[in-house]
Design a protein around this ligand. Structure first.
Ligand code: KIV
Ligand code: ZN
Length: 527
């Protein structure tokens, strides 16, 4: 433990409630299957979050199964399931959480005038009764019950205080104050929390939590303002994923509290060295790329471009770095392995990067590593991350189609053509077809659609180099719309057309996997 960590051990604890698997998964196109959720939950547990919100069990059979599976694997954190204030929702959540070591039911009911009038069509006293009844029922099923007055930041303060006091009296152990539509500002949100502490008589019997959305880019600032006012739990997501503009980013909240303990005078239990690996995992499995200049985990977060900054960092790191990248688990050295490196070196480097692979997984990564080393002189950490990410994606994603090979022609005066070979993983059959298009990428996409029998419209396409250098791998992140829903895919290769085709096949596989599943309800749809 460093001197700074020792000093902060006496400070009040801020609980970190991670909702990547519930609110984060509500990001358009970010849907995760059960195996992916389990993988992320395991990593969140290693990160030492206090609570993992695993899903909304009533919303679909898949969500129920995912919450149940996560509840079964998490060792340390409490596992929460979301429920509206209805008998059915609450009992379903309790059932999904049966195997959890520390189960928490999170019930919510909208309280603002606009939600009461237009969404729920209920009067204040009815909302109050629903909330109290919901908490009472949840408390009869589990010890740990959280209540959220949805759209709290737009709720009349006297009514908000009345609801909070009543649900605490009914047994809520945590009361969470959501800024559901990201409307609040730090001054406004701090004032709401201070008002609750000043007016709710039994407030000391519950933990006050906050849950901020990022519509005005203020989710982290609002959460921290609430901490200054006495909130002791912050709800957040990895990489700030979430509905619309997302939720407060866990890594930003945690690092602000740690780096500016002088201001916030509190601490979290987060093992910060696990932050970067979890961020990479979530980005890989959701297919949502982290923007380069994203605070804490973006590629540029610790890159110094200006010569004067580089000189400063080399002579004394703290001249221009307020955090140590190693404290976040960002690997120090970037150049790692080459063509002649063996399994042992690979395993060791992967371990340093935070990946504990079993023998079969290591063998699979090693084969791909050798293949890549034939195409590329130097293998960097980012290349290894990409190989592991690809393996995890393939082993957790239900896949029907696999790209076997791709040949394209393009250039001026030629009709762009793609010849594609795909393997149907259900029957083992290998199909070959060819198509033309506006360019080789378009030709490959048209061909894949025809072969798989799936119509999809390309909505997003992003190409970036995984590392520097002319022989770098290209990484394509794309989103397609199929059947009114958005599906993401990622592909990497030293050939960018192949990377595009791999990403397109991945998105089509997700669309196929989702096609037969009911869509379920989202929290904003109900009572
Ligand atoms: O944003 C919100 O209000 C929510 C609640 C369900 C807590 O996500
Ligand atoms: Zn939310």
């Amino acid at each position: 433990m460093s001197a700074a960590d020792q000093q902060s051990a006496d400070l009040p604890l801020i609980r970190i409630f991670d909702t990547t698997l519930r609110d984060g998964e509500q990001s358009p196109g970010a849907s995760l299957n059960t195996s992916e959720k389990i993988e992320i939950a395991r990593q969140l547990d290693l990160l030492n979050v206090d609570v993992i919100e695993a899903g909304f069990p009533i919303s679909s059979p898949d969500d129920f199964e995912a919450v149940k599976a996560v509840a079964g694997v998490v060792q340390n954190a409490a596992v929460a399931g979301l429920a509206r204030c209805t008998d059915k929702d609450i009992r379903r959540a309790a059932e999904a959480l049966r195997d959890a070591r520390s189960p928490r039911i999170h019930v919510f009911c909208a309280t603002s005038a606009i939600h009461r009038q237009y969404k729920l069509k209920r009067a204040e006293q009815e909302i109050l009764k629903l909330s109290v009844d919901g908490v009472t029922l949840a408390r009869s099923l589990v010890e740990d019950v959280e209540f959220s007055p949805e759209d709290a930041s737009r709720t009349e303060l006297p009514f908000l205080s009345e609801v909070v006091e009543s649900v605490i009296a009914a047994g809520a152990t945590t009361v969470n104050i959501p800024d559901t539509v990201g409307y609040s500002t730090p001054e406004h949100f701090e004032a709401i929390i201070r008002h609750l502490f000043a007016t709710v008589k039994n407030i000391d019997r519950a933990v006050i939590s906050v849950h901020c959305h990022n519509d005005l880019g203020l989710a982290v600032a609002n959460s921290l303002a609430a901490v200054r006012a006495g909130a002791r739990q912050v709800e957040c997501t990895i990489n700030g994923l979430g509905e619309r503009a997302g939720n407060a980013a866990l890594e930003e909240v945690v690092m602000a509290i740690r780096t500016r303990a002088d201001v916030y005078q509190c601490r979290t239990r987060i093992n910060t060295r696990r932050i970067y690996p979890v961020s990479r995992l979530v980005s890989t499995l959701t297919g949502i790329h982290v923007q380069r200049n994203k605070a804490i985990v973006g590629e540029n977060a610790f890159a110094h471009e200006a010569g004067i900054h580089q000189h400063g960092v080399l002579s004394h790191r703290e001249t221009y770095e307020i955090m140590n990248p190693q404290d976040l688990g960002i690997p120090a050295s970037r150049l790692v392995l080459g063509k002649h490196s063996g399994r042992h070196a690979l395993r060791e480097r992967l371990q340093q990067l935070g990946h504990q692979l079993n023998d079969a997984q290591l063998e699979a990564v090693f084969e791909r590593f050798k293949d890549l080393a034939d195409r590329k002189k130097e293998i960097f950490d980012e290349d290894l991350e990409a190989l592991v990410g690809q393996l995890l994606e393939e082993s957790t994603q239900a896949r029907q189609w696999e790209l076997v090979s791709l040949q394209t022609t393009g250039g001026s005066g030629v009709v762009p053509t793609a010849t594609v070979r795909l393997r149907d993983l259900c029957s083992g059959a290998v199909l070959t077809d060819a198509a033309t298009g506006d360019g080789p990428v378009d030709a490959a996409f048209s061909c894949i659609m025809r072969m798989t029998g799936r119509e999809a419209v390309l909505r997003e396409y992003d190409l970036r180099a995984v590392t520097g250098g002319g022989d770098a791998q290209g990484e394509v992140n794309l989103a397609v719309e199929a059947g009114g829903r958005l599906f993401r895919g990622r592909g990497r290769s030293t050939d960018i057309i192949e990377a595009s085709a791999l990403a397109f096949v991945a998105a089509i596989n997700r669309a196929i996997a989702a096609a037969d599943k009911p869509r379920g309800v989202r929290p904003e749809n109900g009572t």
